[in-house]
Every structure is written in C-alpha cells, then in structure tokens.
Design a protein around this ligand. Structure first.
Ligand code: UFG
Length: 333
C-alpha cells in the first residue's frame, strides 16, 4: 500500500514511517517541518513540505501521490502550551485536520489512522482507562484531539471515510541503534528533559507538583515505547485496508509510573556512566495536567493483535538514552 503520513518527519511520525516501510508499504510524508526534521526520514521517502492549513496543497498531495490510506500525526502536542496559546492549537489541530478530511472527502475517500491522545480522558475516574470512559479533557490540547475525533466520525457518516483513532499514552524511547529519536523544538517531555539534564544541558529537573492524589503525590503516566506505538499504526492501516470498521483504541502498557519513579529509573540507567544523578526541585503544578493516565489496551490487543515488546521502563529509557547520548543536540549532531 501507499500511505500518506502527515507529520511524518516528527518523533512518532518518523518511527512509524520506518515501521511502515519495514512492513513493505511505500510512504509519502507531508510535513511543514515546523517541528519535524527532514533528516529523520529514510533516504528516498518523498517529502511534501506543506502545511495542513494550506488546503489546496493537501488536496494536491492526495491527487498527485494517490495514497491508499492516510496516517495523520501533524499537530501541536504540548499540554502546557495549549493552555497559554489556545488559538494556535485550535487552528493547527482542528482546522488543519478539517482541511485534511475535506481534501480526503473531495478526492479519494481513503481510510485514516489518527494520532489521538489519552489527554482526551482528562481526570479519569477509573484506572486503567477503557476507551468508553468519559471524555473530559483538562487541556486545550486534549480538546483539539477530541474535536478531531468527532469530526472524523462525522466525515464517516457523511462520506464513508473509515478510521482508527489511536489514543496514545506517554510515548518515549527511540530506535535501539540510536539513529533517530526525540528532538522537539520546545522540550517539555519528562524523559527527554531528564536525559538532557543528565547530559548537563540543564541544571536540574523540576517536578511539577507533589500534591496529586497518587502514591507519592506526583503525576502517574503510562510510558510506551515509540516502536510499539509505530507497530500499532501498521496494524491499524492494514486492518482498515482489509475492510475493518472504524474504532478507537488506547495504546499504552497498562502500568503507570509517577514522575519520581521515572526520574529514579533515569538515574538507574545513567548510573555507572560519567553522569551524576539528577538534581530535582519541586515546582508548582503545570496547568492542564491530570493526576493519572494509565491505559486499558486490551481492546487493541484483542482486535488488532497488538503486543508491546518493550515492557520494562528502564529498558525503554535505555533506548532514549542511546539516542541522546550519541546526539546531544538532536538532529544538529
Ligand atoms: N513533568 C515534570 N517535570 C518536567 C516535565 C514533565 O514534572 O520537567 C511531569 C508533568 O507535569 C507530567 C509528567 O511529567 O505530570 C509527564 O509530562 P510530559 O510533558 O512528559 O507528558 P504529558 O503527560 O503532559 O503529555 C504527553 C504527551 C501528550 C499526551 C499525553 C498522554 O505530550 O501529547 O502524554 O498521556 F496526550
């Protein structure tokens, strides 16, 4: 199959591009490179440098490349930033997705795999969280993803566009050979920041709040390896190609770690090297952070046969460490 991957030059996108190629598919990437890196793409993968806000460009990409399916990552992704710059998030994530859906409806009506998020559950009352839990995002970021899921379903009702919406929990890690990894312009993710702090690029790690109702007062998240998540996209695209109906699946390991536990795991990974343990400092809560997000992923395991390979947090962090240690300045190295 030929698959158009929006945001394919980004962190999760570039790992998924590799997984799709590895499964024998061909890929075209559409990315505005606002946060993605062309160097993250394997040689020979066509890159359409375009913004989803440019609907004519999106339509042209679909007409020229004639893909059989779309995997849609392109979006702004920071919970904290979405609270201070809501307009950017609604415009990029909601209007950008609307343009893509409109272009699909007007051209090929191909199925779509959508990069959704656990953030749409907000302050979930049950843990682990099943897909039918109430959707009550605590951040604008989560709202934009929920609104996009709703638009996708409306486009299915009106135009027959099938979808699989994958709700990611906290994605981390990198390909084990350290050749690509996480390199965000604004660094906000816990594990990336901790490893860059270990490398001496930052003085200390801030812990955003220790008065949450969790076992040590810090937020709990379900950390999933990016390659396991990439494989979920391959399975989703292939299921849709074989005629599967639309669904939404959580993708996580079903086990959560507190911020302090993650920092302890980072210390354990770097222990024995030349790097000192992390200095930690308590800071106020970050706006929009729910206390706990842990996935019930039994549905994707049963329906698509997805099975995570990386189930050990230190092992996951080790792969991220390999990338950051060998590329301390990311794709600039
Ligand atoms: N945190 C710190 N210090 C830091 C950075 C983060 O204490 O320096 C805390 C955060 O407050 C949060 C936890 O670590 O409690 C994880 O924060 P991240 O920024 O790494 O990730 P988020 O949980 O905020 O968000 C990520 C993705 C979202 C996705 C969500 C789903 O960025 O796109 O996971 O669980 F929706």
């Amino acid at each position: 199959m030929k698959i158009l991957v929006t945001g394919g030059a980004g962190y999760i996108g570039s790992h998924t591009v590799r997984a799709l190629l590895g499964a024998g598919h061909s890929v075209v990437v559409l990315d505005n490179l606002s946060s993605g890196h062309a160097q993250a793409l394997p040689e020979g993968v066509p890159l359409v440098k375009a913004d989803l806000l440019d609907q004519a460009a999106v339509q042209e990409a679909l007409s020229v490349h004639q893909p059989d399916a779309v995997v849609h990552f392109a979006a702004l992704i920071e919970v904290g930033e979405s609270m201070s710059q809501p307009g950017r998030y609604y415009r990029n994530n909601v209007v950008g997705s609307l343009n893509l859906l409109t272009a699909i409806a007007q051209t090929r009506k191909i199925p779509i795999v959508f990069s959704s998020t656990a953030a749409l559950y907000g302050d979930a009352e049950v843990s682990p969280i099943p897909e039918d839990a109430p959707k009550q995002p605590t951040s604008v970021y989560g709202e934009t993803k929920l609104m996009t899921e709703q638009m996708i379903q409306a486009f299915e009702r009106a135009h027959g566009i099938r979808s699989i919406r994958l709700r990611y929990f906290n994605v981390c890690g990198a390909v084990p050979d350290g050749s690509i990894g996480e390199d965000h312009v604004n660094k906000t993710h816990l594990i990336e920041l901790a490893l860059l702090t270990a490398l001496g690029q930052r003085e200390k790690m801030m812990i955003y709040g220790d008065d949450y109702p969790t076992r040590d007062g810090t937020c709990i998240r379900d950390y999933i390896h990016v390659l396991d998540l990439a494989q979920a996209h391959v399975l989703a695209v292939e299921a849709l190609a074989q005629g599967a109906g639309s669904s939404a699946y959580n993708v996580g390991l079903g086990h959560g770690f507190t911020v302090r536990e993650v920092l302890d795991a980072v210390d354990a990974v770097i222990e024995g090297s030349d790097y000192a343990p992390l200095t930690r400092e308590l800071a106020p809560r970050r706006a929009g952070d729910p206390p706990s997000l842990v996935a019930d992923s039994s549905s994707i395991q049963q329906s698509l046969g997805w099975k995570p390979e990386y189930v050990d947090l230190q092992g996951i962090i080790q792969t991220a460490w390999e990338w950051h240690r060998t590329h301390p300045h990311g794709f600039q190295d």
